[in-house]
Design a protein around this ligand. Structure first.
Ligand code: AMP
Length: 413
């Protein structure tokens, strides 16, 4: 688990504000479901035999001996909230959420026990165009964040639950015929979750997996038509995709479209965003049958990618640093700082407080990354002026009234 430290938070905020702006452009509304749910909810939705439920949940008993769990993912809680508050009843909410998730995984680069996801979920729309909208939304986000070149889209269809069942037995037969070639992990999965064998990373299994029967050959006409509509729309929108029949995702509730954005720039943990359709989940959790589709982006991985982009992320913490000496100057500085803030919304002003000679205050100003230092000494107080010094440019400093200094800072390119 990682504390998010002050030096990282500016970039996080930058990415978060781009995410918020994108959701708002697509007219999605925020939901903030609970961080803790009944353990039962995850067992019923994600699936008892998945890695998440069988080994990764942070579960505990509360004072009433009820088993609760820190959410390992967001969809189940979001669906629970939608059922509880009738959000999807005669309604088709398009939602987004952001926050921490908890999984007891083996930590490594890009894989943590507390990590953050930003997710979108749409309920009540039985039309594959909404699946396309979600993909287009992620694609536009990558562009905004300058990482479009760093990610690739993989898509697959898991078909209806009947398609999946038929495929399930074909796949089990195939792997049983080749049982001796399977590794220990896959032998266990053959019993519990055979589809997951398909996304094994073991190099020794790759030939066997490549030759396995493909799910796309087991789709009903209806699922085939949905998948075709999606690929055609993506092509029309100019979104490049790869059909990856091995993409099954680690949670049980998916049907029809599944997709994943992955990258080759982050090492082994290469999935940045995963999503898909889960039309059966509402009913499975006791609600009315409601079609649903969504995705989740891993924030830590997204942030790492944004760091690689050439984008000027404007993460300066301070624009103007006010250097001041003595009580009179300090009072004058506080008032000037507030006048600047109200005249220049969004402009970041920090007043030096505490000890320090002019020299040491300038060191702080420099370290803060500020574009300007505003100097206030006795002369400035006596004459109702300020002195502006350019911290990053070789330009003459100037002394003038606060109003004039504000104009200079406003017009600075
Ligand atoms: P999932 O809910 O497993 O489909 O994950 C969706 C996204 O969350 C992944 O594509 C990753 O970017 C991110 N993610 C999942 N598990 C972790 C983890 N343990 N640490 C960091 N990011 C994760």
């Amino acid at each position: 688990m990682n504390d998010l430290l002050p030096e990282q938070s500016a970039l996080w905020q930058y990415v978060e504000s781009n995410l918020r702006a994108t959701f708002s452009e697509y007219a999605y509304q925020e939901i903030r479901p609970n961080l803790i749910e009944k353990t039962h909810l995850f067992q019923r939705s994600i699936g008892e035999l998945t890695d998440i439920v069988s080994k990764e949940m942070y579960s505990f008993s509360d004072r009433n001996d009820e088993s609760l769990t820190l959410r390992p993912e967001g969809t189940a809680g979001c669906v629970r909230a939608a059922i509880e508050h009738s959000l999807a009843y005669n309604n088709t909410p398009r939602l987004w959420m952001m926050g921490p998730m908890f999984r007891y995984e083996r930590p490594q680069k890009g894989r943590y026990r507390q990590f953050h996801q930003v997710a979108a979920e749409v309920f009540g729309i039985d039309d594959a165009h909404i699946d396309v909208e979600l993909i287009l939304m992620t694609a536009s986000l990558w562009k905004k964040l300058g990482i479009a070149e760093h990610v690739k889209l993989n898509i697959n269809s898991l078909g209806s639950s009947e398609d999946r069942q038929a495929y399930h037995s074909t796949l089990v037969d195939y792997f049983k015929d080749n049982f001796e070639q399977l590794d220990e992990d896959s032998k266990t999965r053959l019993e519990s979750n055979p589809l997951r064998i398909l996304d094994s990373k073991n190099p020794d299994l790759q030939a066997l997996i490549t030759a396995a029967p493909s799910i796309l050959e087991h789709l009903s006409d209806e699922s085939q038509a949905k998948f075709k509509l999606i690929t055609q729309c993506l092509e029309a929108a100019g979104v490049v995709y790869h059909i990856n029949t091995r993409l099954v995702r680690g949670l049980d509730y998916y049907n029809d479209l599944v997709f994943e954005w992955s990258t080759q720039f982050l090492g082994a943990q290469d999935a940045v965003c995963g999503g898909g359709r889960y039309d059966g989940l509402f009913e499975q959790l006791g609600g009315q049958a409601t079609p649903a589709v969504g995705f989740a982006i891993g924030m830590e991985r997204l942030i790492e990618l944004v760091k690689l982009s050439e984008l000027d992320t404007d993460t300066a913490v301070v624009d103007a640093y006010i250097v001041n000496l003595g009580d009179r100057a300090r009072q004058y500085a506080m008032i000037a700082a507030d006048k600047i803030r109200s005249d220049m919304p969004g402009f970041k002003v920090k007043t030096h407080l505490g000890q320090g000679s002019f020299k040491s205050q300038f060191k702080h100003a420099n370290k803060s990354g500020a574009t300007f230092a505003l100097i206030i000494g006795d002369d400035e107080v006596d004459n109702s002026t300020l002195t502006l010094k350019y911290m990053r440019e070789d330009k003459e400093q100037l002394t003038a009234t606060l109003e004039s200094i504000i104009e200079v800072m406003k017009n600075h390119g």
